[in-house]
Design a protein. Structure first.
Length: 117
């Protein structure tokens, strides 16, 4: 069983920064690939960033490359998303996601990010 709790969302002006944190519980955290997704009103949930269970491989949506950075701390069982140069189109509910082959996926409850122009 894995539980995910996101924090760090809020209201920020365009060009600003936010750092999201996903705190996890469960002994198997370090074996999970972790990701961040987002969903804006009226739109489908979309992929934002991915990090493998070791932390050596990352992947980003084209829309956030060069601005967002995903990282993880297996000792603390957390995964962060550093978001810089935020744009109004980055406004969405951001969700943490955990995946491990052969096991079910897990999602957090989401944290709201609002970027004002």
């Amino acid at each position: 069983q894995v539980q995910l709790v996101e924090s760090g969302g809020g209201l920020v002006q365009a060009g600003g920064s936010l750092r999201l944190t996903c705190a996890t519980s469960g002994r198997s955290f370090k074996y999970n690939a972790m990701g961040w997704f987002r969903q804006a009103p009226g739109k489908e949930r979309e992929f934002v960033a991915f990090i493998d269970w070791i932390g050596s491989n990352t992947n980003y949506a084209d829309s956030v490359k060069g601005r967002f950075t995903i990282s993880r701390d297996n000792a603390k069982s957390t995964v962060d998303l550093q978001m810089n140069s935020l744009k109004p189109e980055d406004s969405a509910v951001y969700y943490c996601h955990a995946a491990r082959p052969g096991y079910r996926d897990y999602w957090g409850q989401g944290t709201q990010v609002t970027v004002s122009s």
